[in-house]
Design a protein around this ligand. Structure first.
Ligand code: GLN
Length: 276
């Protein structure tokens, strides 16, 4: 019979040998997930015996993590702003960095705006905004049916009425007028795709690859957005950390008050502007 302490030590070694960046953290999180016992209790009570069932389930999850499957896909959910979202291999895992974009959008809202989230993936931005501002009218689009099914489920679980439409960028929204358009589009460059972390490789390339220079989606959205934004309406993007100048200059023709915001690592992460 294995104790929690023994299981955690062995798991940490297995994950470290597989090159997992924070092996002890991930081991504790997975054991807590399997047993339903809080991590602090597991750490404090290392002598606690695991059942055969727990030992087997823990072993299976550890193998997946050692094969560099993202922790969030294994656990199946992630927190974003004030909501909890189900995640799976059909959409990008929402990142803490994307909360910066979400906050900037919320800072520019009073509560009754019409908001569009393009390339919504798990639905993170749209759902968090609707959760914070229930009177806003929030729509969201994605080209992937599988991502949209996940986003719909996430909206339902969080009790938020977001209107989802499948299609290529703004095409399902022609004729609509929004006060804000937010988007975390695919922006990884061709060169970066070749050197992604093993975990990021498990995420859909469709959600990551932004064309050779990573800017394809910004070009297309910046060009099409003015038809769907009211004058003075905001366009807000998450960007790759080297893309602030390029995206700002794409926006310069039709947008004013262009600003760049940084993430928690002081890397450029958000570019936004207001339709002239
Ligand atoms: N931030 C993601 C990464 O870590 C990329 C997200 C995107 O392309 N929108 O690679």
């Amino acid at each position: 019979m294995l104790t929690a302490g023994e299981a955690l030590r062995a798991a940490r070694d297995t994950l470290a040998a597989a090159g997992v960046p924070d092996p002890a953290v991930d081991a504790a999180l997975l054991l807590s997930h399997v047993t339903g016992v809080p991590q602090l209790v597991l750490r404090a009570d290392g002598a606690r015996a695991l059942t055969k069932e727990e030992e087997r389930a823990f072993g299976a999850l550890l193998q997946r993590r050692a094969a560099r499957e993202p922790l969030q896909y294994i656990v199946g959910e992630v927190g974003f702003m004030y909501v909890t979202l189900r995640v799976c291999g059909d959409a990008l895992i929402p990142r803490a960095d994307t909360e910066i974009l979400c906050e900037q959008a919320m800072n520019r809202m009073q509560g009754h705006e019409r908001v569009l989230d393009l390339c919504t993936g798990t639905g993170a931005l749209a759902i968090a905004i609707k959760h914070r501002y229930p009177d806003a009218q929030v729509m969201a689009g994605d080209i992937s049916d599988a991502a949209l099914a996940l986003a719909c489920e996430n909206a339902r679980r969080n009790g938020t009425a977001v209107e989802f439409r499948q299609g290529d960028l703004l095409s399902p929204f022609s004729g609509e007028q929004f006060d804000l358009i937010v988007s975390n589009p695919p922006y990884v460059t061709g060169a970066e795709m070749a050197s992604l972390q093993p975990e990021v490789r498990r995420e859909p390339a469709l959600a990551l690859y932004g064309g050779e220079d990573g800017l394809d989606f910004y070009r297309r959205i910046v060009k099409a957005a003015p038809q769907c934004l009211r004058p003075g309406g905001w366009l807000l993007f998450e960007i790759g950390s080297a893309q602030a100048a390029a995206v700002s200059s794409l926006m310069a023709k039709d947008f004013a008050d262009i600003q760049v915001y940084q993430d928690y690592e002081q890397l450029d992460r958000v570019v936004l502007g207001r339709l002239k």
